[in-house]
Design a protein. Structure first.
Length: 118
């Protein structure tokens, strides 16, 4: 079992930056690949980025490529999402999750709200 707690969200202007964190407790974070998702009001949950267990491989959704960077610090059991050049369409609740392989993504955190104003 893993418990995830996201933080770092807030209100930012168009073109601004935010850094989200996801603190993990329970099983060792390095056991899992990790990911960020987001969900805007009235929309389905959207994949944002994924990082391998060791951090050497990253994957991004098309809408955030070149603007967002996922990283992790396994010693601190923390996942990060650096978000630059934010736009109003990035407004959403952002969630971190564990990649459990064939069991899919799980152990979702409570989410952190990101609001980008124009």
């Amino acid at each position: 079992q893993v418990q995830l707690v996201e933080s770092g969200g807030g209100l930012v202007q168009d073109g601004g930056s935010l850094r989200l964190s996801c603190a993990a407790s329970g099983r060792t974070l390095s056991t899992y690949a990790m990911a960020w998702f987001r969900q805007a009001p009235g929309k389905e949950r959207e994949f944002v980025a994924r990082i391998s267990r060791g951090g050497g491989t990253t994957t991004y959704g098309d809408s955030v490529k070149g603007r967002f960077t996922i990283s992790r610090d396994n010693a601190k059991s923390t996942l990060y999402l650096q978000m630059n050049s934010l736009a109003p369409e990035d407004t959403a609740v952002y969630y971190c999750a564990v990649d459990r392989g064939s069991d899919g993504y799980g152990y979702w955190g409570q989410g952190t709200q990101v609001t980008v104003t124009s």
